[in-house]
Design a protein around this ligand. Structure first.
Ligand SMILES: Cc1cc2nc3c(=O)[nH]c(=O)nc-3n(C[C@H](O)[C@H](O)[C@H](O)COP(=O)(O)OP(=O)(O)OC[C@H]3O[C@@H](n4cnc5c(N)ncnc54)[C@H](O)[C@@H]3O)c2cc1C
Length: 441
């Protein structure tokens, strides 16, 4: 069994540690901040613990669910079976699976959506039918944008805006004309077409940070967590890592997993010579609003034709969290303006808003939320193996087979953990629902 140091206590590092610890290896996680979870975490403001931003998953995120199971927190995720779309003015449509088997399970409720015409629905249906075969046979989907693919499929403008864009900008955190078609199509293939329940949306019922701060680590095996431990650099000599410098001390292990965000890697390991110049960030803005009375009875809804894309009811309809993905238009906007825009838009969907008093508001602009899933980037995402023999990479930006998501981060952690077990001479498989070999070299 081997000693492993994991740099970074985000989901990539935590999942690698959980897999290796569970397999009998001895793992140290070095995390710079005073809490775990990285971007998928929560923190205190005043008396409240709030999520960095609402994080949701789909039932098809099988590796993330496996990681939650390892921690014994899978029952802290509540799954929702319906998606509510609301038009300005308040008209609601619900998408839910019916009795037909996949991929026809949405047939009835899709036909009933009021925000698309019959012609638009037929066009969406035709494009949807093409997805499985195009994903299997076309080699150019990483080279074109999702918008190019939709135009190729002759999608009407309103279907693009109200259906495709509405789903994909939130799922991939990028605009249709900046997003590789491969990522957009994967969302529909895995989340909507492959299984009758794969679209079900999981929402943590506890603050995100609570998912990782529990007794489970004690039962997983030898996993030691060191918070407030920032790694300043790795000592790399003769093609191997000889140790890491953290808080002025040198720590050594047999194997190392670097699970840092891409913009941090060159700083700690310049010897790796990774060219990450093609990687850019895409922002997400979360707007937390607390009212003096309930403004909605829905658990969540997606809001059409406006800046705000999603509303999540975080507490009796009085505390709502609004999410804007690929939120470049809000990054420079003063916080007071963001809040007044949010209130104005929210009132168009929920008639109780104008009569409610806003008691408190909080805006979180995550400028470095995820990498931008641009065409051409996929082949530049590094795999877990590196040119340094005992160093492996993880992180949502590495080649996980998924876009930058919690599932992508956990997949990368499991792939790095598999690579460590291979290097230690005790190969093991942790990745679920995918062929690890596809991402190994
Ligand atoms: C606002 C927002 C909303 C999102 N919504 C969703 C969603 O709904 N669903 C979804 O699936 N995904 C969502 N994501 C994406 C998801 O959060 C990320 O893809 C995932 O959490 C990335 O995990 P990671 O471990 O790769 O990186 P990180 O979470 O960034 O972890 C890296 C860790 O390394 C630590 N670190 C950095 N430097 C050092 C150092 N020198 N030494 C030691 N430690 C260091 C950091 O503190 C951090 O904890 C969202 C992201 C954001 C920002």
């Amino acid at each position: 069994m081997s000693d492993v140091i994991v740099l970074g206590g985000g989901l990539a590092g935590l999942s690698a540690a959980a897999a290796l610890g569970g397999a009998g290896h001895s793992v140290k996680i070095l995390e710079a901040r005073p809490f775990l979870g990285g971007r998928a975490t929560s923190y205190e403001i005043g008396a409240e613990s709030i999520d960095n931003c609402q994080h949701v998953l789909l039932r098809c995120c099988v590796n993330l669910l496996d990681f939650y199971k390892r921690l014994g927190v899978e029952d802290k995720i509540t799954f929702h079976h319906e998606y509510t779309f609301i038009e300005p003015g308040g008209k609601r449509s619900v998408l839910r699976a019916g009795v037909l088997p996949a991929p026809a399970h949405f047939f009835g409720s899709f036909l009933g959506l009021s925000f698309l015409s019959l012609r638009e629905k037929l066009a969406v249906g035709r494009a949807m039918q093409a997805i499985p075969s195009e994903c299997a046979t076309r080699g150019d989907l990483d080279g074109i944008t999702m918008r190019q693919w939709l135009e190729e499929k002759k999608q009407p403008v309103r279907a693009i805006e109200r259906f495709w864009r509405q789903v994909l900008v939130s799922a991939v955190n990028e605009e249709l004309d900046r997003m590789a078609a491969s990522h957009g199509l994967q969302v529909f293939r895995e989340g909507f077409l492959e299984g009758a329940n794969s679209h079900e949306m999981g929402v943590p019922a506890v603050p995100l940070g609570d998912l990782y701060c529990n007794d489970a680590w004690r039962h997983i095996g030898k996993v030691e967590i060191r918070l407030r431990t920032a790694v300043s650099r790795m000592v790399i000599e003769d093609g191997a890592v000889r140790g890491v410098i953290a808080n002025g001390a040198k720590l050594e292990a047999d194997h190392y997993i670097c699970a840092l965000p891409f913009e941090r890697v060159a700083g700690v390991a310049p010897e790796l010579g990774l060219d990450l110049s093609a990687f850019e960030h895409s922002p997400i803005t979360g707007i937390h609003l607390w009212f003096d009375r309930p403004v909605t009875d829905l658990p969540h809804a997606t809001l059409l034709d406006r800046t705000i894309q999603w509303m999540f009811n975080k507490g009796e309809g009085r505390y709502v969290q609004l999410v804007v993905s690929a939120s470049r238009s809000l990054v420079e906007m003063p916080r007071a303006e963001v809040i007044s825009l949010a209130l104005k838009e929210l009132a168009e969907f929920f008639p109780a808003v104008p009569n409610a008093k806003l008691e408190k508001a909080h805006v979180v602009k995550e400028v470095r939320a995820t990498f931008s899933a641009r065409p051409g980037l996929e082949s530049l995402r590094p795999v877990s193996r590196t040119s340094v023999r005992n160093l492996f990479l993880a992180g949502d930006w590495t080649r996980s087979g998924w876009p930058a998501t919690m599932e992508g981060a956990v997949r990368s952690g499991y792939l790095a953990a598999e690579a460590v077990t291979g290097a230690a001479g005790t190969p093991q498989k942790f990745l679920r629902g995918g062929d690890s070999r596809a991402f190994a070299s």
